[in-house]
Write a protein that binds this ligand. Structure first.
Ligand code: ARG
Length: 467
């Protein structure tokens, strides 16, 4: 009896099953099985709602819930046999339920796989987004702690990858903490918009049955800050919308890009030419040919993997752009892009955090680089500005002084007062004091500048915020 109503999408209308190659082409169970927990949660809420509105008896609903819980335990234990011929996770679970519990044939009342899959993915994404957000916090903390452990370390800051002005190492790291904080905010923002329950939208046009959509939304935690249920307001939008998936992938792509930039800095710093940091052996790899090599592969792979996360975003946008309303099977292609994005972004964030926690700083090499007096050429121009000179002129004068030092083969801070005054008489005896690096850093007092006190203040602010 229950076999007759087995929940395959082809029952009734079709004389034959799909051709073998069609089944293989269209199955999604090989990847969407990972939605099982959310599919079960959604089905339990749906069953309770059907009971609530009188479409299931209490006995039927209890039997269905018990059956689903049994299946849950079996999947958890790895004992559930997924069947490719049942296409996807929804069919696999429902078919098995119905085989065990006759009332299972009533579970799909007022529901389509179209609203079901939209629900499952939203539920899955809610957890993934929270997990990624938590990992971002770990990475932020790793950056802050690395900076805080080396508060005195100064580096050249670069523009065009040319030495520009001195910055604290911590200031450089905190730049990434800021970026990651915006990423964290973007994930939260996307999660807020994803927090809408699509169940009850049916295939595309809702249902003639007296479903209680708000009951389901409440059961599944689709509620606003005041606990009021949030349900989708247009059934066609509900089953065809994948904005929430795109938003997650976009936020993840930007995270990946930020990590890729951090990775690039790490790779440069770890190279012999910079030699600013040392990554612990456990977070590097060797060469199969060159015995001396110690390569920053974690950073390189993070930089490389950003390509897939960016690609996944583009794939999703491309997937959606030509689709007529409403559900189209194309949408099944969203899952692997989404899963890969979540897995890859999370792994990169986690590995970068672990690598930074196992990175030491070569203070001597940083100090040697930061000692380059050219880094303070702008401070020398500011010296002239303080004496009333127009900045454009001061820029020109100091440019000439730099040229002179180069011609004489002297470091900029080794020029004599006479040589400086030869360029402009505005220079006085205290001009060379500009090159005291400690004092130069203390002079940077603007909010957001790499000044001694300001960087301490920012470190303290982040430590508190991330505690
Ligand atoms: N596996 C499908 C997907 O991921 C589930 C929805 C199928 N709906 C349908 N009408 N064929 O999109």
């Amino acid at each position: 009896m229950s076999q007759k109503f087995s929940p395959v999408s082809r029952s009734g209308r079709f004389a034959s099953g799909p051709a073998a190659d069609v089944a293989a082409f269209s199955e999604s169970i090989s990847f969407d099985w990972r939605l099982w927990r959310y599919d079960l949660t959604g089905s339990i809420a749906h069953a309770r709602m059907l009971q609530q509105v009188g479409l299931l008896t209490k006995t039927e609903a209890n039997a269905i819930v018990r059956g689903l819980e049994e299946i849950s335990a079996e999947i958890e234990a790895g004992k559930f046999a997924w069947k490719p011929e049942l296409e996807d996770v929804h069919m696999n679970i429902e078919a098995e339920l119905t085989r065990r519990v006759p009332a299972g044939a009533k579970l799909h009342t007022g529901r389509s796989r179209n609203d079901q899959v939209a629900l499952d993915v939203r539920l899955w994404l809610r957890d993934e987004s929270a997990a990624l957000s938590a990992e971002l916090r770990v990475l932020q903390r790793a950056l802050v702690e690395l900076g805080a452990a080396h508060t005195g370390v100064i580096l050249p800051g670069y523009t065009h990858l040319q030495r520009a002005q001195p910055v604290y190492f911590a200031h450089h790291l905190l730049a990434y903490v800021e970026m990651l904080d915006r990423d964290h905010g973007r994930l939260a923002d996307a999660a807020r918009r994803a927090n809408v329950c699509p169940l009850g939208a049916g295939a595309l046009a809702g249902s003639t049955l007296p479903l209680d959509r708000e009951f389901v939304a409440r059961q599944l935690g689709f509620v606003d800050a005041r606990g009021r249920p949030l349900v989708s307001q247009n059934s066609m939008d509900a089953v065809s919308d994948r904005d929430f998936a795109v938003e997650f992938c976009a936020a993840a792509a930007l995270i990946a890009v930020h990590l890729s930039r951090l990775a690039e800095d790490v790779i440069l710093w770890a190279g012999s030419e910079f030699n600013f940091i040392r990554i612990a052996d456990a977070y590097t790899t060797g060469s199969s040919l060159m015995p001396q090599k110690k390569n920053p592969d974690v950073a390189e792979l993070t930089r490389g993997k950003s390509a897939r996360v960016i690609g996944n975003l583009v794939a999703l946008l491309t997937l959606l752009k030509g689709l007529p309303m409403t559900y189209n099977r194309d949408l099944q292609e969203d899952k692997e892009r989404l899963f890969d994005t979540a897995d890859t972004a999370r792994a990169c964030v986690r590995l970068m955090a672990a690598m930074l926690a196992h990175t030491s700083v070569n203070a001597a090499a940083c100090a040697a680089a930061a000692r380059d007096p050219l880094l303070l050429a702008t401070d020398l121009a500011d010296y002239l500005v303080r004496r009333g000179m127009a900045f454009r002129q001061a820029h020109h004068v100091v440019g000439a002084v730099v040229g002179l030092a180069e011609k004489l083969g002297k470091p900029l801070d080794q020029l004599s007062l006479e040589e400086l005054r030869g360029a402009d008489p505005a220079f006085e005896a205290d001009a060379l004091e500009v090159f005291d690096l400690e004092k130069a850093m203390a002079r940077r007092t603007l909010p957001g500048a790499p000044g001694t006190r300001e960087v301490q203040r920012q470190l303290a602010r982040w430590r508190k915020a991330l505690a």
